[in-house]
Structures are given as C-alpha cells and as structure tokens.
Design a protein around this ligand. Structure first.
Ligand code: PGA
Length: 256
C-alpha cells in the first residue's frame, strides 16, 4: 500500500510578516531543485495573519501546500475572533490542523468541536489533519491506546469512508511535543498501527490502509530518517524544526 508521505510544518504562534516571508523564501529555495516525483507532500501552516502573504509567495509552486492551524466549526455569524472554512478556502488553504493538544489543553477544544470542524473542512473540499495523543500520565498509567481510540472514534463520528480516506491523522504524544524528547520510532510505529486498527474497526481494512497517519513531537533532521523507515508512519507534523528553512528542508529531504 503506497501512501504519499507528508512533511507538515506547524509554525504555531511564530513569525510576523517579515519573518514569514524570509522563512518561506528559504524553504522555496531549498526545495527548488528537488525531484517533485520523489518528494513528500510539503505543507506549511502559518498563522492566520501570514496566510495571505504565504499563499501569494507559494501560489506558483506546486511542491508546497498551505495549511491553517485551526478553523471555526461554524459557517458564519456572530462568532467574534473566529475564522470560517469558507474564508480559509478563499486563501488557497488545502489542509487544516484540528485538535492539536495545545488547543485541546489551553483553549478547551472538545472532541465534539473537533468532529464538527472535520465535517466543515471536508464539506468545503479541504483536508483535516486530526491530532491525537496521550499525556505522560496516561502513558504511564497504560491507557495510551484506549485514550487515542476514544479521541479518534469521536473525531471521525459520522464521517463517510471516503471522507476518512481523504483525511490525515497526526499522532502526537503530548510529552514529546516541544520537549526535544521524540517518541521512540518503533513505539510511535506501534501506536500508529493501533490507530490504523481503530480505523479498520470503524470502517474497513481498506480505509485503514489508505489514510495517512503522521507522527509529531520533537521531530528533527536527526530523527526523521528512522521515523520514515517505519512502515506505519507516513510523515511528520513538525513544530520547532519547521521554523528554520534549513532544518525544514532537511526534514523534506529525510522523507525522500
Ligand atoms: P514540536 O511540535 O515539533 O516542536 O515538538 C510538534 C507539534 O506540536 O505539532
């Protein structure tokens, strides 16, 4: 089963206009000569305020696609401070990250809201990158797999098989995010295999074989080759190491 890998950079709340421009220009220069047929799908997720500028800078470069870091589950209306999927589609956005642990933990994003967001994204023809992952306490208590099964089951509720095939899941153990301590590649592979079993149980083996599942959590140029060598891992969702063009391009090359 061949699934095209994804290397996605989540810029989080970094980069003003000038910094976003410098970073994207560095990435574009770094991937310019890479063989498009061998490249992973390269995705960058700037802040909302940098989306238009980054869109403008990459619009003639098919090697790179745009993601948002969040979206409202509501179509329009009196939702101060929110951004709708229609607005993101206008900006040439292809992917939307939802359910990131930072949003779940700090901004009270619920499983129900994540499911509604997934539906809104898919209805608009865009692709959700649905994040899941356990805390250190959950891992130590041995409830990692059941916790993730709950998150995935709720996130995918009422989605069709075709919608799930189009979607992307990112397994991001919370204790590995921004800590420099990446999850052991073999263990990340095992957990992602468990996520595939959940998808197979909810849908079918065919759907489980087709959905792309990424690993995220302190992915670095020094870890990517081993991570990509794992059969279940289809790429990376990268925070810190996506903020420098040199390391992000090294991650892209590491996935080729
Ligand atoms: P990190 O972040 O690469 O800085 O650990 C990953 C993420 O939160 O997606």
């Amino acid at each position: 089963m061949s699934r095209r890998p994804i290397i996605a950079g989540n810029w989080k709340m970094h980069n003003n206009k000038a910094q976003a421009k410098e970073l994207i220009e560095g990435i574009l220069a770094g991937i310019k000569d890479l063989d498009a047929d061998k490249m992973p799908e390269v995705v960058v997720a700037p802040t909302y305020t940098a989306l238009w500028q980054v869109h403008d800078l990459i619009k003639n470069e098919p090697k790179i696609a745009l993601s948002a870091q969040n979206v409202s589950q509501f179509a329009k209306g009196a939702y101060t401070g929110e951004i709708s999927i229609d607005m993101l589609a206008d900006f040439g956005v292809k992917f939307v990250i939802i359910g990131h642990s930072e949003r779940r933990q700090m901004f009270n994003e619920t499983d129900e809201a994540i499911n509604e967001k997934a539906k809104a994204i898919l209805d608009a023809g865009l692709i959700p990158i649905i994040c899941c992952g356990e805390t250190l306490e959950q891992r130590e208590a041995g409830v990692t797999d059941s916790h993730i099964e709950g998150q995935i089951t709720k996130a995918l509720a009422n989605l069709t098989a075709d919608e799930v095939i189009k979607s992307v899941i990112a397994y991001e153990p919370i204790w590995a995010i921004g800590t420099g301590k990446s999850c052991d590649a073999v263990e990340a592979n095992r957990t992602i295999g468990e996520i595939r079993k959940v998808v197979a149980k909810l849908y079918s083996q065919d759907v489980a074989d087709k959905i792309r599942i990424l690993y995220g959590g302190s992915v670095k140029p020094s870890t990517i080759v081993e991570q990509m060598a794992q059969p279940e891992i289809d790429g990376g969702l990268i925070g810190g190491a996506s903020l420098e063009a040199e390391s992000f391009v090294a991650l892209v090359k590491g996935a080729m």
